[in-house]
Design a binder for this molecule. Structure first.
Ligand SMILES: Cc1cc2nc3c(=O)[nH]c(=O)nc-3n(C[C@H](O)[C@H](O)[C@H](O)COP(=O)(O)OP(=O)(O)OC[C@H]3O[C@@H](n4cnc5c(N)ncnc54)[C@H](O)[C@@H]3O)c2cc1C
Length: 439
């Protein structure tokens, strides 16, 4: 059964995909007065039956830049109670016994990042969308393509339904049917590995400390989460293996996985107890050929699918969303056409340096971090010596990871599209909703 709470069929923007990127985008576009529809093939989350389903254990590290942008957009209250500040992040190279400690204090931040489960992020964003009555939500409806003609385009659904708009925005994930239909698929890399994700409780408190151990074959990352209902220290683990090794652990007796994990945990964390199913994500990376087509723009995983170990997919998606919202809001305010080529070309030119650099960095870090090659291990060891001994370099890298300094350096992606109401309240009006370009 299709569900939508109104029957309008013509919009300024149609956002295809109500994942993390699409939900945020729809809310911000509507906050800026754009008449927006949000379509997803998933069931209406308000009525979907989730009883009996154990929550998946995967979680996201959302960085300081993202949290700052959400605060400025007036949306952070939706997430704050579900997010754990991460004040330190230790990257450990067991081969050389070296580690690098990144500290929030070193970059004058309250935290480097916040840990939040994928389902809490989803639930919070869904609430943010339903609190904004301008967004028309359409569920149980798969989009199969879009056509542009004259001053409008139409989005076609599998059911035969057509919805017209000035601009269609693909937020439909890594496999993005809309991107493929528009001929915008680009290069793709398969790492031949699987990231196992699981939730755990730990014997001792994590004290807001995350870590990543660069084991040969694949890293193990520990992301602190807020205490669960049982009042126990809680965390999400991402554990990377070859496809075969990952499959072996997914089918192994839980006690043997717990024993293996507990032996890998640093002393201050102690033993672990697994609290969720172990879910595997095959590791790949992709980048669209272009970020725009005729009356079409791509955001989030539809534009770029990252290697997840660098924990940047949603952070990068938020920067796409911020930039696009700012450009569309400007065009809308000037009574222009939000789907016209000039607006879309500006969006692509603004985003490509960041999306490509972040994709390449994440892929490079993913390959080198888990490689057994003596060259890679040597490079990691040398990099660790450098970072341990040059605080300014370490702080610069921490700022890039925290999203408060950009790479490449020209672009400062520290902003989200922000409604005019929040804009007035801000003490720093120049930065709100602006993707600032530095000299
Ligand atoms: C294991 C793992 C760990 C991660 N860790 C982090 C992290 O620490 N930090 C971070 O920033 N990011 C992380 N990410 C990445 C992050 O989850 C994504 O980059 C982010 O959520 C953006 O996703 P999205 O909304 O673009 O796509 P998706 O979440 O894939 O959403 C796409 C939506 O489109 C819908 N859809 C698809 N096809 C159609 C269609 N034809 N018609 C209608 N709807 C359709 C789907 O139903 C879905 O709801 C991680 C990802 C994984 C897998």
């Amino acid at each position: 059964m299709l569900t939508s709470h109104r029957v309008q069929t013509d919009f300024d923007c149609v956002v295809v995909g109500a994942g993390h990127a699409g939900l945020l985008l729809a809310r911000l576009l509507a906050d800026h007065g754009l008449n927006t529809a949000l379509i997803d093939q998933r069931p209406d989350p308000r009525t979907a039956d989730t009883s009996g389903r154990r929550p998946a254990g995967w979680a996201l590290s959302i960085n300081l830049g993202t949290v700052t942008a959400l605060r400025r957009a007036g949306l952070w209250d939706y997430f704050a109670d579900h997010a754990q500040p991460v004040t330190t992040m230790r990257v450990i190279d067991p081969a050389w016994g070296r580690d690098v400690l990144y500290r929030a204090a070193e970059i004058d931040g309250e935290a480097l990042a916040w840990g939040i489960t994928g389902s809490d992020l989803d639930t919070s964003l869904v609430r943010a969308v339903f609190d904004q009555p301008v967004v028309e939500t359409i569920w149980n409806e798969a989009v199969i393509g879009h056509d542009a003609a004259g001053g409008r385009c139409s989005v076609t659904c599998r059911s035969g339904r057509r919805i017209t708009c000035r601009l269609a925005i693909a937020a439909d994930g890594r496999q993005s049917p809309l991107r493929t239909a528009a001929g915008l698929d680009g290069p793709r890399a398969d790492f031949g590995q699987t990231a196992l994700t699981l939730g755990v409780t730990t014997e001792h408190s994590h004290r807001g400390g995350g870590f990543e151990v660069l084991y040969l074959g694949g890293p193990l990352a520990f992301l602190p989460l807020p205490e669960g209902r049982a009042g126990k220290p809680t965390a999400a683990l991402t554990w990377v293996f070859s496809r075969e090794e990952a499959a072996r652990r997914q089918t192994a007796a839980p006690a043997s996985v717990v024993a293996e994990l507990s032996a890998l945990m640093p002393e201050h964390v102690g033993s672990v107890r697994i609290t969720t199913p172990i879910v595997g994500f095959p590791l790949s990376a992709s980048h669209a050929r272009r970020l725009v087509g005729r009356r079409l723009a791509l955001v989030g995983d539809a534009a770029h699918g990252l290697h997840p170990i660098h924990a940047q997919g949603f952070n990068l998606a938020l920067r796409d969303v911020s930039c696009l919202v700012r450009m569309l809001a400007d065009a809308h305010r000037d009574r222009g056409d939000v789907g016209e080529g000039a607006v879309l070309r500006r969006y692509q030119a603004a985003r490509l340096p960041d999306t490509l650099a972040t994709s390449l960095f994440a892929a490079g870090f993913g390959v080198v971090g888990g490689s057994a090659s003596p060259v890679a291990r040597g490079a990691i060891g040398m990099g660790a010596i450098l970072l341990q001994n040059v605080p300014a370099l370490r702080a610069a890298l921490a700022r890039v990871g925290a999203g408060t300094m950009s790479f490449p350096p020209r672009f400062r992606p520290d902003t989200a599209g922000v409604p005019s109401q929040s804009r007035r309240k801000s003490a720093d009006p120049g930065s709100i909703g602006r993707a600032r370009w530095e000299p």
